[in-house]
Design a protein around this ligand. Sequence first.
Ligand code: GLC
Length: 514
Amino acid sequence: MPAEWWRSAVVYEIYVRSFADADGDGVGDLAGIRGKLDYLVDLGVDAIWLTPFYRSPMHDHGYDVADPRDVDPMFGSLADFDGLLHDAHARGLRVYVDIVPNHTSNEHPWFRAATANVDAPERERYLFRAGAPDGGPPNDWESVFGGSAWSADPTPGGTGYYLHLFDASQPDLNWRNREVRAEFVSLLRYWFDRGVDGFRIDVAHGLFKDSRFRDGKANAWDQDEVFDIWREWRKVADGYDERAFVGEVFLYDMDRVAQYVGRQKLHQAFNFVVARTSFDADAIRTTLRRALHLFLRHDSAPTWVLSNHDLVRHVTRFGGGDLGRRRGLAFTAMLLALPGATYLYQGEELGLEESDVPPDARQDPVWLTSGRVGRDGARTPMPWTSDGPGFGFTTGTPWLPFDEQANTRDARSQSGDGTSTLSTYRRLLAARREIRHRWSGSPRWADRTDELVVVEQELSDGSTLLVACNCADDTVTLPVPAAAELVVATDHADLDGGSLTLAGATTGWLLLRR
Ligand code: GLC
């Protein structure tokens, strides 16, 4: 892998609960992942990102961390983690782990100490506040999961509230407290010393809140003080070889997101504007051009992300079914051709759609708190085979149910079918490996107003990669240089001396040799 591997890596997000279950309890685990590493190597990814596997009461499925230095028994042990890391590295795969600095679990020893009595010094590590004069919450901030962000202080004799921007079981930390800062630096070192290659930073636009706790959502998030933390963390990472941070900066203002990255801040940050872009040529051109311009200027790298465990799966967002899948593939193929790091979410390589999880099976705290459908539909387990009821994921009862997609969209069936979504992903990732060390100069976007996105990327050997994405539903033909060669396409593509015909919702990569 090249220096600064993170700039061009294809990173595969593993939602640990739902990837592969080795012990038959219905929940995925580290040993399960270890057994599937060859699948990931065959797919062609460079790195994996593991969602939290730390000790947790699992009210937010692991994003409520009770002991960040140990593995939850549900997922295995530290020895399993070390084994997984070793086996991944032996196959050339880098490993990102999640770190959750905005909050802890209410079962974390710090919060237990903080709520043992009203004079406990540990209270300074969280955000306890007196109620408003009418006895209600201190301000109007809302929890992302629904309702007030304040819950009654459970300390004996406590009369006020504590802040939780997510679930009530996830009390927010006080980042103006020195012990909190020191603890997280120590935690970074703990996992870096174990050998992890990077961290995905949960809620990286959180941490600091307005110091006067004024009303208004803007005061609860995205305060400039957080950049101090990223500067401090960057120094820690730079003390090791080739480690990286990717921040979950969940803002839709790309200029602002770009302020989180740079030589002395985070290496990169997720750009969720891409995930919000519809399958429309104009929208795609505008978003991708802007992202490249901004993030390369900040000496970072764009991040390309369409799906993750918090978003509705993109096949569904793009209309579902065959058309949604074709659009998803075409968009992904466009992203994979461009400089930057691409993040894939488990199951997208199978073309999975959002599952329809029946209300009585839903487990997301979003659903439990607010009655909104929530994120379970993106989190159902991986169908490895078409053999129900466990579909190769588990020998037990899966923690979220499979739906009918599992019967046909499983990894084993698709593996043997050259026209499947999985096979197309493999071809795309293999093609990307050939070019991704050779990107040079900025991509050139064709000025068009139709349903075609066309971009040319120079490669260091003087050849040019021409990428064309047909966003229309119907076939189009476009003129291309006569010597162009077709590298890969997501669906029907015909190259006939000087003209390229692309099926609807299809992307093709052409190579123009020097
Ligand atoms: C992030 C995670 C999400 C979690 C939340 C609270 O947004 O991706 O799954 O619920 O943070 O930790």
